[in-house]
Write a protein that binds this ligand. Sequence first.
Ligand SMILES: NC(=O)c1ccc[n+]([C@@H]2O[C@H](COP(=O)([O-])OP(=O)(O)OC[C@H]3O[C@@H](n4cnc5c(N)ncnc54)[C@H](O)[C@@H]3O)[C@@H](O)[C@H]2O)c1
Length: 373
Amino acid sequence: MSERKVRVAIVGLGFGAEFIPIYQHHPDAEMVAVCRRDEAGVNACADKFNIAKRYTRYEDVLNDPDIDAVHINSPIPDHGPQTIAALNAGKHVACTVPMATEKSQIEEIVKLQRATGLVYMMMETVVYAREYLFAKGMYDRGELGRIQFLRGSHQQDMDGWPNYWPGLPPMWYATHCVSPCLGILSTPGKPALASSVVCHGSGRIREELIPKYGSPFAVQSATFKIHGSDVVAEVTRSLFDTARQYRESFDVTASDVSFEWQQLEGEEPVLHTRGLQEAKIPRRVPVPDYADRLPEPIRKFTGAIHDATHLSFVQGGGHGGSHPHLAHNFLMAVLGKQPAFPDAPTSANYTLVGLCAHESATAGGTRVEIPQY
Ligand SMILES: NC(=O)c1ccc[n+]([C@@H]2O[C@H](COP(=O)([O-])OP(=O)(O)OC[C@H]3O[C@@H](n4cnc5c(N)ncnc54)[C@H](O)[C@@H]3O)[C@@H](O)[C@H]2O)c1
């Protein structure tokens, strides 16, 4: 495989379409096919990006021997079954978050990935966002000192979004706030993993939103323990009937310097330095885009441009400039040049924190042990 380019198909062309020009510009990728169910939609997208192969049936993508890897960006309930089918068909898989919505699917994906040796990577944007990379770099260089506590939040109003969203338990889509808390404590080859979780549900969404998933909670707040660490992390999620500007945040409380994500979009994060001198009062810090970690042709896709609603991002600039980093890491993993991050067992843990948190909230806040792989 390392001799030639990775031939990629993208499945799901809403958010998924943002990755097309990145693969087209990457020196080790060939953007060979796109797939969505609607024929007019798939043709419009393929025409725009000049892609020859267009599919409306996912099975046909999997049966195409010219495709090495699928990048799945379909609706949330499809992620698990589509990943399982792709691994069974011998394709490498990149899949947007979350990994799946059922524990049994997650277990099957991990087993299949191990049995086949194929690459699986959950395309978690936050662990490649510039703010996360900045905090991670400071921690790895010893500049933060000892981490004492971690906090993530992901608040988003999903009213008006496609039909699989209304009533979705917030913690079923918790990877954006869970993953940075675990990622920062990880070292190469040794991911930090959550062991157990306690979660409370708070408030109540509109009655008509509740029946689909049987989840009444407006907000879910979880604390989880981490294997081999005395640090506890707290994460907060909301999806409906909660007034808050879109926010995916990550705070690190540490002994020497603490990092706090900006309060509002467009601001810079804040560093708090321990000490008494006036020079050590909190200060805002600009964060770099880390484009130098990428092949030159895709560096431009880290640009921080998004529209005023924060709902639709200009290609490549969204989610903290993470998209080209994700595509690059996935391609390097398929070529055997570096491991996928997060890989299958790590993605399982990140996703299971949320699924187990919802179980805990439904049971009134009991501790739930997280299955380990
Ligand atoms: N920061 C992030 O990581 C991030 C951001 C946005 C969206 N997402 C994820 O991306 C996914 C898609 O989000 P979206 O807003 O584009 O959703 P969407 O519903 O607008 O688009 C889904 C796409 O999948 C296609 N599709 C549906 N079923 C399919 C099937 N069986 N086979 C092939 N294609 C199929 C649809 O035609 C459509 O193109 C969601 O899972 C969402 O959670 C992640």
